[in-house]
Design a protein around this ligand. Structure first.
Ligand SMILES: Nc1ncnc2c1ncn2[C@@H]1O[C@H](COP(=O)(O)OP(=O)(O)OP(=O)(O)O)[C@@H](O)[C@H]1O
Ligand SMILES: [Mg+2]
Length: 339
């Protein structure tokens, strides 16, 4: 199947007063019709910057973007603002992580929804209004007709996040990028939105990129997962394979730090697993070799200090499951290296 959106070797560097910040490097991923790609990683790993780069939404003067992103047969990287404006909305819709900076503070919810709907060809005022109410209903906004008249600052954070989702869906995008779209929402509303997006995927074949910290959500909705660390993909694969055999020490750390329901271990032991020690590196001062090395419990190979490990197929897993580490998991049946 050919991808709706194909990203290759994406790199983003910011000029900063301290020097160039290498925030994303060598990133590849594909978004396929009707499928969900999850991008996960700690704060600062470059998840948001990667998607903003595709849509030309980073500040030009201080940003260098390279690589390729092909959407609908056309290259996005290096296109003009004018050309990218046509892609945003109906081509690639985005739910931004920070609704306050992306909603227009001087326009009502109704005006902002109407703009998105008109861009998609819905012209009569009645049709626009009816569809707007329907969209707000869909994302779980009570008393939708009244909310249409509200300005963004009159809404709670959770409501704004839902309005953002409604606006992104109004454009009926072929690819939807949702950046921490349901993070601030309670679990009931979150479940409702996940269901809504799944329905759109079925009906329209929308390809979804779901960006999140929440590995719990990922397990339930993703087809394919990309794990990012310090701007690079350190492991990727079909969700079942990746959860069954997490192969990069970072992925294993992320999964081990997931809360386990009815965990019978003593509290002290449980706590020890809930956080991974150390911090991600400074993008202005990346360490030589593997960026995860300073935090890695398995940095045994001398190459770890000098070479960036390439993404390679994980032994004993499916072909599309790849990890970028010199550490090799023991084969099934071998004695465990670490307990
Ligand atoms: N305009 C900018 N100039 C310099 N550095 C920037 C700029 N925008 C983002 N960064 C840096 O890029 C890195 C990646 O940021 P990004 O927002 O993509 O992280 P993220 O993975 O989305 O994190 P979070 O989970 O917190 O949303 C961070 O180190 C951030 O400080
Ligand atoms: Mg982010």
């Amino acid at each position: 199947m050919s991808a709706l959106l194909s990203v290759r070797d994406l790199a983003v560097t910011f000029s900063t007063p301290r020097g160039p910040a290498h925030v994303v490097g060598g990133l590849d991923f594909d978004v396929e019709a009707g499928r969900t790609l999850a991008i996960v990683g700690e704060s600062g790993s470059g998840k948001s910057v990667s998607s903003l780069a595709l849509l030309g939404l980073l500040p030009d003067a201080v940003t260098r973007v390279s690589g390729s992103a092909v959407f609908d047969g056309a290259e996005l990287i290096g296109r003009s603002e004018e050309q990218l404006r046509h892609v945003r909305g109906a081509g690639i819709g985005m739910v931004f992580q920070d609704p306050m900076t992306s909603l227009n503070p001087v326009l009502t919810v109704e005006r902002q929804l109407a703009e998105a709907l008109r861009a998609h060809g819905r012209v009569s005022a009645e049709a626009v209004r009816a569809r707007s109410v329907e969209l707000l209903d869909d994302v779980g906004i009570p008393d939708a007709a009244a909310r249409l008249r509200a300005y963004p600052h009159q809404l709670s954070g959770g409501m704004r996040q839902r309005v953002m989702i409604a606006i992104a869906l109004a454009g009926e995008p072929r690819v939807l990028i949702a950046d921490e779209a349901t993070t601030a929402l309670d679990v009931t509303v979150q479940a409702q939105i996940l269901e809504l997006v799944a329905r759109l995927q079925d009906e329209r074949g929308t390809g979804v990129v779901w960006i999140t910290h929440d590995l719990g959500v990922v397990a339930g909705i993703a087809d394919h997962v990309v794990v990012m660390y310090a701007g690079r993909c350190v492991e990727e694969g079909p969700v079942d394979a990746l959860y069954a055999r997490p192969s990069h020490p970072y992925t294993r750390g992320l999964l081990e730090s997931l809360p386990v329901l009815d965990d019978a271990r003593p509290a002290r032991e449980r706590e020890a697993l809930t956080t991974m020690p150390g911090l991600p590196p400074d993008p202005v001062d990346l360490p030589p070799g593997c960026a995860f090395r300073p935090r890695c419990a398995y940095r045994l190979d001398p190459r770890c200090a000098t070479q960036v490990p390439p993404l390679e197929p994980v032994a004993g897993s499916v072909e599309t499951h790849r990890a970028a580490t010199f550490y090799r998991l023991p084969a099934a049946g071998d004695a465990q290296v670490r307990r």
